[in-house]
Write a protein that binds this ligand. Structure first.
Ligand code: PAF
Length: 280
């Protein structure tokens, strides 16, 4: 596996692949890799001649200095995991490589899909994500890029980014990878104590209850029932929204959209977790 820690040598590798007219799959990550990331690497390997993964904890998408500081980082372990997964290359850029003019985001307008949920509760988050992902796309020039549906709003933002900027890149959405308990895999899970790991597994159970309730209750009643369930846990609910999958606008009635998802963010002992489930 090729390991790139600076841009110049990566540019040569990318240029060689383009000269050979081979396809390149890209898996952007912030490291602390788990089985969910590996499923993206495997999908990319199956669909492309070469696969590259980036590992970069992007400072501009954090609105909380403590979260940025505590975000798990393990370059050696990540390198080993990627090698074992058969990844062809990894890019570990420095902050100055990605932000030569200082760590600042560009401003984006995603026609409203950035406004709810993560966009509302994490100010500037999607400007940071779109800035870094567009920079990676322009350096790596992938044919396909892989994004997990756990960050569903992020996936929709990236789909919109590709259209707005005219990048010739296929965005491949990948299913959420879950622990046996149902907890969605996340690099942040590594910070959960045993007690909170157990509590966090209730998120998926409540999301499934919502799916059962939709035949019996209105949207408002369903949200109230689910909020009651969260009150019976040690999780602190930040938001619970039922929204249309395309525009990510909260719905008021079940017949408002043909594809509806439940989205949730909670704090488990100060560690912020998100999840979602397709309801219709
Ligand atoms: O989902 C993530 O890990 C990050 O938001 C991403 C896409 C790598 C951008 O920093």
């Amino acid at each position: 596996m090729q390991i790139f820690t600076e841009r110049r040598s990566l540019d040569l590798w990318v240029a060689q692949i383009k000269t050979e007219r081979k396809s390149l799959g890209f898996v952007p990550t912030m490291g602390a890799l788990h089985a969910g990331h590996i499923s993206l690497i495997q999908a990319s390997r199956a669909q492309n001649d070469y696969t590259i993964c980036s590992v970069f904890v992007n400072p501009t998408q954090f609105d909380n200095a403590e979260d940025l500081e505590k975000y798990p980082r393990n370059m050696q372990e990540d390198t080993k995991i990627l090698k074992d997964a058969g990844c062809d290359a990894v890019f570990f850029p420095s902050v100055t490589d990605m932000y030569p003019e200082g760590a600042k985001s560009e401003k984006f307008n995603f026609r409203g899909i950035e406004k709810q949920m993560e966009g509302r509760y994490r100010k500037g988050h999607f400007d940071g994500v779109a800035t870094i992902v567009s920079r990676f796309f322009e350096i790596i020039l992938p044919d396909r890029a892989y994004f997990g549906q756990k960050d569903f709003q992020q996936l929709r933002i990236i789909q919109e980014l590709v259209v707005q900027r005219g990048y010739p890149i296929e965005i491949v959405p990948m299913p959420i990878f879950r622990e046996k308990s149902g907890l969605a895999m996340s690099s942040r899970n590594a910070r959960l104590s045993e007690k909170y790991l157990k509590e966090a597994s209730k998120i998926f159970k409540i999301l499934n209850m919502i799916k059962d309730w939709r035949n019996q209750y209105s949207v408002t009643e369903t949200i109230h029932l689910a909020e009651d369930q969260f009150r019976n846990t040690d999780l602190k609910l930040e938001y619970l929204i039922l929204a249309d999958e395309k525009k990510l606008k909260p719905i008021q009635s079940w017949d408002e959209a043909s594809d509806i998802r439940a989205f949730v963010a909670v704090f488990a002992d100060n560690i912020r977790l998100i999840d979602n489930l397709k309801i219709i």
